[in-house]
Design a protein around this ligand. Structure first.
Ligand code: ATR
Length: 495
C-alpha cells in the first residue's frame, strides 16, 4: 500500500469542520475527521459532514484518557462510530484499549469501512520487543489496520519504529514530538500505511505534526519511496537549520531521489545515532554544532582538508564506509570571492573556534595575509601558530581593524537569541569589506554597523549557500543549480 498523507481536521464546529474538510480534500485524498473536537457532535451533524465528502475519510472519536476531547458517554461514542460505518466512512479509528468486545461490535457491522485499531503512547517509545508485543496483541483483535504511535524522547526512538514497520503491510506507525518528525517524513520509505500532516501550522492534532505545506514543499514527501536516499543535518538544534530548504529544492530540480532532514541529536545520543545511521544505510550527512569534531570518532576516514581544519561538516556513505569532508572553508572563500580577490589581501579574522579554523584554512590557500584575534587571546595565538599566520591581541579594536582590508566575524556573537550584540563598536569601522558568518538573523548588528560606516558587506547566507553547494556535489556527484538553492535559502531566512 502506498503511504497516504492524511490531514486531520480539528475544527470545533460542524460548519468549520465542513469548510476545512473541503480545503483539505484539495490537498490530499485522505482526511481524518476528529469528531471529538467538534462541540455538540451528533449523528445528524456527522451525516452532514460525510454526505459531501469527496475523498477518503477516517472518523476518529477519542476520549480524554487517550488525549481526545470527547465528553459524552462510551455508549454515545460507540454510537457515533457505528453511525459513521452506516454512512460509509472509509475508515474508523478505535483505540485498542476500547477492548475486544467493542472492536468486535464494529467489525461485525463494518461493511466496506476499514477498522483501524490504535495504540498511542504520549510519554515514550517502548522497546522494539514491547512494540512487537503491542502489535501482536492488536492483531488478535482483527482490525484492517493497526496504528502504533509513540512519543520520541530521542531521535533514536525513530529507528525502533522503522524496525517495527519492517515486513508489515497493515501498520501505521511513527513517533510524535519534535524528535519524532523524521518518522513522519520517512513514513513512505519505511512502509507506514499512513502519515499525518496538519492543514495549517497551528492546526496540529498531535505534537510534532508537520504541516502539509512543509511536507510537500520542503520535503517533497509524496516523492519519497523505499529506494529514496536519506541525508540530513546532525545538530543539537538541527531543527533551526536552513539547509533543508536548499538541498531538497536542489534534489527536486535535478530529479535526484534524495531527501534531506534535520537530525536533532544531542552529544550523548550521537554514538547510537551513528550506529543506526549505518544500519539503515543513510547516504550521508551534514554536521553542525556541537558535532563538527565529535563526529570524526564515528567516521571511517577523513579527507586531508577536513583533517587539517580539524572539523567535518559533511560526510558521505561510500558503500558502507563513512568519509568526512569540510566544505565550510570553500563556502567562506566563495562568499568572499563574490566581492573581491584574496591574494595578498590583509584579513582580520575575529574568533578562534571551529568556524575560524575553516576560514583560516581557506584564506591561507588563497594567499591572503591573515591576522587572528580572539576574546581569549591564547586560543588565537595557538591557532595562528598552527596555521603559520599572524596573531594580535584585542587591545584596541579600531586600530586592529584599520590595518586590514577585510574583517571577518567567525564568532557566534550577534546570533539569535542575542541579535543586539556585535564583536565591534559603532566607531571601530570605516570603509572595509566586512563579512559575518552569522546567518540568523541575516542582517546582524555587525552588518548594520558596517553599512553605516560605508563598508561593503557579506552576510552569512553567502557562506551558507556556497558550503551547501559543496555538500551537494559530494553527496550526489552532480552540479546543483546555484540560483535555485540560493533562492530557497533567501525565501526562508530571517532578515
Ligand atoms: P564554532 O565552532 O562555531 O566556531 P566555538 O568553537 O565554540 O564555535 O568558537 C566560538 C568562538 O566565538 C570563539 O572564538 C569564542 O571566543 P572565546 O574563545 O573567547 O570563547 C567566540 N565567542 C563566543 N562568544 C563570544 C563573545 N560574547 N564575545 C567574543 N567572542 C565570543
Amino acid at each position: 500500500m502506498k503511504t497516504k498523507i492524511c490531514i486531520p481536521i480539528t475544527a470545533k464546529t460542524t460548519s468549520q469542520a465542513s469548510a476545512e474538510l473541503k480545503e483539505a480534500e484539495k490537498l490530499t485524498d485522505l482526511v481524518e475527521l476528529r469528531i471529538d473536537y467538534i462541540n455538540g457532535i451528533n449523528e445528524e451533524n456527522l451525516e452532514k459532514l460525510l454526505i459531501n465528502k469527496k475523498g477518503k475519510v477516517i472518523i476518529t472519536n477519542r476520549i480524554k484518557s487517550e488525549n481526545g476531547k470527547f465528553k459524552g458517554s462510551e455508549k454515545e461514542r460507540m454510537g457515533l462510530l457505528k453511525k459513521a460505518i452506516e454512512l460509509n466512512a472509509d475508515y474508523i479509528d478505535i483505540e485498542s484499549s476500547a477492548g475486544k468486545e467493542a472492536i468486535n461490535e464494529l467489525i461485525k457491522i463494518k461493511n466496506k469501512t476499514k477498522i483501524i485499531s490504535s495504540y498511542h503512547n504520549f510519554k515514550e517509545t517502548p522497546s522494539l520487543k514491547e512494540l512487537e508485543e503491542i502489535y501482536n496483541k492488536i492483531k488478535e483483535l482483527n482490525p484492517d489496520l493497526i496504528k502504533i504511535v509513540t512519543f520520541a524522547n530521542s531521535i533514536n526512538d525513530n529507528f525502533e519504529i522503522f524496525k517495527l514497520l519492517k515486513n508489515k503491510n497493515d501498520l501505521v506507525s511513527f513517533c510524535m514530538g519534535l524528535r519524532g518528525q523524521m518518522s513522519r517524513i520517512l513514513a513512505s520509505k519505511y512502509g507506514s500505511c499512513i502519515t499525518f500532516a496538519s492543514l495549517k501550522k497551528d492546526k496540529e492534532s498531535a505534537p510534532g505534526q508537520i504541516s502539509i505545506e512543509e511536507m510537500d514543499d520542503v520535503y517533497n514527501a509524496s516523492l519519497i519511496k523505499p529506494e529514496t536516499k536519506v541525508l540530513g543535518v546532525i545538530g543539537e538544534f538541527a531543527e533551526n537549520s536552513k539547509s533543508k530548504y536548499m538541498h531538497n529544492k536542489g534534489f527536486k530540480q535535478k530529479k535526484l531521489d534524495f531527501v534531506y532532514l534535520p537530525f536533532k541529536v544531542k552529544k550523548e545520543e550521537l554514538k547510537e545515532f551513528m550506529e543506526n545511521f549505518r544500519k539503515l544505510e543513510f547516504a550521508g550527512g551534514a554536521v553542525t554544532v556541537p558535532h563538527k569534531t565529535g563526529i570524526i570518532n564515528y567516521l571511517d576516514e577523513v579527507d586531508d582538508t577536513a583533517d587539517k581544519i580539524g572539523a567535518v561538516n559533511t560526510f558521505i556513505n561510500k558503500g558502507g564506509r563513512l568519509i568526512g569532508y569540510n566544505t565550510d572553508y570553500y563556502g567562506a572563500v566563495q562568499a568572499l570571492k563574490e566581492k573581491t580577490g584574496l591574494n595578498g589581501k590583509k584579513v582580520l579574522i575575529i574568533g578562534a573556534g571551529g568556524a575560524a579554523r575553516a576560514v583560516v584554512y581557506g584564506l591561507k590557500k588563497e594567499d591572503a595575509e591573515i591576522t587572528i584575534a580572539n576574546r581569549t587571546s591564547g586560543k588565537a595565538e595557538k591557532l595562528a601558530k598552527e596555521f603559520k599566520v599572524g596573531f594580535k591581541e584585542i587591545k584596541n579594536m579600531k586600530e586592529l581593524i584599520a590595518g586590514n582590508d577585510i574583517i571577518i566575524n567567525t564568532t557566534s556573537v550577534g546570533m539569535h537569541p542575542r541579535p543586539d550584540d556585535a564583536v565591534i563598536k559603532e566607531d571601530d569601522l570605516s570603509e572595509k569589506l566586512v563579512m559575518d558568518i552569522v546567518s540568523a538573523p541575516i542582517i546582524t548588528k555587525l552588518i548594520r554597523l558596517a553599512k553605516k560606516n560605508n563598508c561593503d558587506v557579506i552576510t552569512g547566507d553567502r557562506m551558507l549557500v556556497h558550503q551547501a553547494i559543496g555538500q551537494f556535489r559530494l553527496w550526489t556527484g552532480k552540479e546543483p543549480d546555484f540560483k535555485i538553492m540560493e533562492k530557497a535559502l533567501l525565501d526562508n531566512i530571517e532578515r
